[in-house]
Design a protein around this ligand. Structure first.
Ligand code: SF4
Ligand code: SF4
Length: 130
């Protein structure tokens, strides 16, 4: 005998009401981030040489590099976490952090002041010469 659709629906509703929930009660219940969660891009400003490669590779133009102003900027609402910038950085100073950045209601450009590492000093005398 086929099951009455109303009985089937009621049992499904009761099962989901009493069983474990799939949704989290955010923000009361904080999300769990996995090790490889693509959260946000971070920069180690003491390693950056302002080469602009990351800005050129970024498909959404989320990154701006201001060489004269010695600043690295990111508009996080444009970032799609493709990690192209992380892959291309010659100094490996960009990383993907597994925490999401704080939600915003307006577009914000985050600015990081960069102090490029000093170029190695030329030796004062030629090696082998007095
Ligand atoms: S973050 Fe890396 S790729 Fe981007 S400007 Fe700095 S050194 Fe160059
Ligand atoms: S992760 Fe992708 S979209 Fe985000 S800043 Fe880097 S290159 Fe741009």
């Amino acid at each position: 005998m086929p099951i009455n659709p109303f009985v089937k629906m009621t049992s499904t509703v009761i099962k989901h009401l009493l069983g474990p929930t799939a949704c989290k009660m955010y923000p009361v219940e904080k999300p769990v981030f996995f090790a490889n969660t693509r959260g946000h891009i971070a920069i180690e400003t003491n390693k950056c040489i302002l080469c602009t490669l990351c800005a050129k590779k970024c498909p959404t133009y989320a990154i701006q590099v201001d060489k004269p102003g010695k600043a690295w900027k990111i508009e996080r609402t444009k970032c799609i976490m493709c990690l192209a910038c992380v892959a291309c950085c010659p100094k490996k100073c960009l990383t993907s952090e597994n925490q999401y950045s704080a939600p915003v209601t307006v577009k914000v450009v985050e600015t990081f002041n960069v102090e490029p590492p000093a170029a190695p000093k030329a030796p004062e005398t030629c090696p082998g010469k007095e």
